[in-house]
Every structure is written in C-alpha cells, then in structure tokens.
Design a protein around this ligand. Structure first.
Ligand code: HPA
Length: 240
C-alpha cells in the first residue's frame, strides 16, 4: 500500500532516510515530494513547500498537494500539525490525535475538488474525518514508547497567518476546541474527498493566546526538533 507523511512547521528535512526528490505536475499546480529511495511505498511532503521561503497557511495550494498524493496513488496518510493548546488535553510539548475539526478558516480557501464546473457536485460526509484504524495504530505505537496520547481531540482551524486574540481563544474554548492551528481542516477535507485514509497528529508548541499567565511563548527549538523527529519515526512505523 502506498503511504504518505505530511509534515508542517518544524519539518525541514527527513533525516535518516534515503529520499529522492520527485516533481509532480497536477491540474492545480506543481508539487515537490520526496520518495523513499529503497522502495517508493512512502512519500514525504512538506505542506508549506520546500526551501527557505515557506508558504503561509492561507496561501498553501492544498488542492495541488492532495492531488499529487492522488496521482501517486497514496491510500493512507499521517499528517502532523503544530498547534496551540486551548484545553489541558494536550500540554505544550505533547501530542494528541485529532478526531474532529471546526473549520473557521472563513470559506476563502479552495477546499474542494467538487466545484460543480468540470467536477460534479458532491457533499462528502464529515462524521469521521480521521481514520479510526490509523488513530488506533498511532495510539498503540505511542503507548509502546511510554506515551499516553489522547485518541480524540477537536482542532479549530483559523485562516491565519495572524495568531488569535485572547477573546477568540476564550470563545474557541467554549466551542469545545482542544487545539488551534491554521491548516488541518482544509487539508483533511481534500484528503477525504480524495478517499485517502487520513490521520492527523497535533503537536503543541504553545499555550494559545491569553492562556499562559507568563505571556505568550513557543517551545524551544530543541523541543520542536525532538517532537518532529519522534513524530516522523512513529508515523513511519505505523504506515510501514
Ligand atoms: N494559533 C494558531 N496556530 C498555531 C498556534 C496558535 O497558537 N500555534 C501553532 N500553530
């Protein structure tokens, strides 16, 4: 089975793996992915693009990214999302699986393949946007490593790129959100439309605005690097 790992903030490379760069030209734009050299069953993608100039969350070509997966015949994927913690479900420096999202990105993003033009109109269900099978496998892999990672958590997706006001975070908390980020909803919708079995891991890099009595800060670079590298290992294990 062909699998993909989608990395975001903090994922600058995929160390310890022999990868070859592959250029994929889709109807929606061009995408660069990295394919494992030993066998091409695993594809790595950097959501914000490659190189120094990262594409901000509201300008990412999500449709091209997911279309590239579809063209490469990817059937299952694990995506990582840097988030701010809203509830105490997942504290900064820790991980949580996502089982629900609230999309507050505002409707301005190109977040469907079913545009009604050359593609027919389809309203895909969003009862279970994240694969139960993959979430269970991820939960088990984290457990083996001595990490208790919640199987469920609600991600609220803003448009960004600005961060939130404390008043917004206070409202999101009342909505029942556990994490806030700027990318997961759009990517998840398209992955579901592309019929990819999809899981999302949230990794918290800060307390959301207004929740840290000491002000606003992100985890240290070293912590971020460690988290991302562990998530790559876990994802690879689960998808292999
Ligand atoms: N808000 C939105 N997106 C984020 C945050 C945040 O606090 N942290 C990481 N991504």
């Amino acid at each position: 089975m062909k699998s993909a790992i989608i990395g975001g903030t903090g994922v600058t490379s995929f160390p310890s793996l022999q990868l070859k760069e592959q250029f994929v030209s889709t109807t929606y734009g061009d995408v660069i992915v990295y394919v494992r050299q030993t066998d091409d069953s695993i594809v790595f993608m950097q959501r914000h693009g490659v190189g120094r100039n990262k594409v901000p969350p509201h300008l990412i070509n999500y449709k091209a990214n997911i279309e590239a997966m579809r063209m490469l015949k990817v059937q299952q994927a694990v995506a990582m999302y840097a988030v701010g913690s809203i509830s105490s479900l997942v504290l900064p420096g820790c991980y949580g699986l996502i089982d629900q999202f609230i999309d507050l990105s505002g409707g301005g993003r190109d977040a469907t393949f079913y545009t009604g033009s050359d593609q027919k109109v389809r309203h895909i269900p969003m009862i279970e946007p994240y694969s139960k099978r993959l979430r269970l496998k991820l939960f088990q892999e984290f457990s083996l490593r001595g990490k208790q990672v919640p199987m469920k958590g609600t991600y609220i997706c803003t448009n960004g790129p600005r961060l939130e006001t404390p008043a917004e975070i206070s409202m999101f908390r009342k909505f029942g959100a556990d994490y806030v980020g700027m990318t997961a909803a759009t990517e998840t919708i398209l992955a579901n439309e592309a019929e990819i079995d999809f899981a999302g891991i949230a990794f918290s890099v800060n307390w959301a605005a207004g929740l840290d009595a000491e002000g606003f800060s992100f985890v240290e670079e070293e912590t971020l690097t460690k988290m991302v590298s562990e998530l790559l290992d876990v994802s690879l294990k689960v998808l292999s």
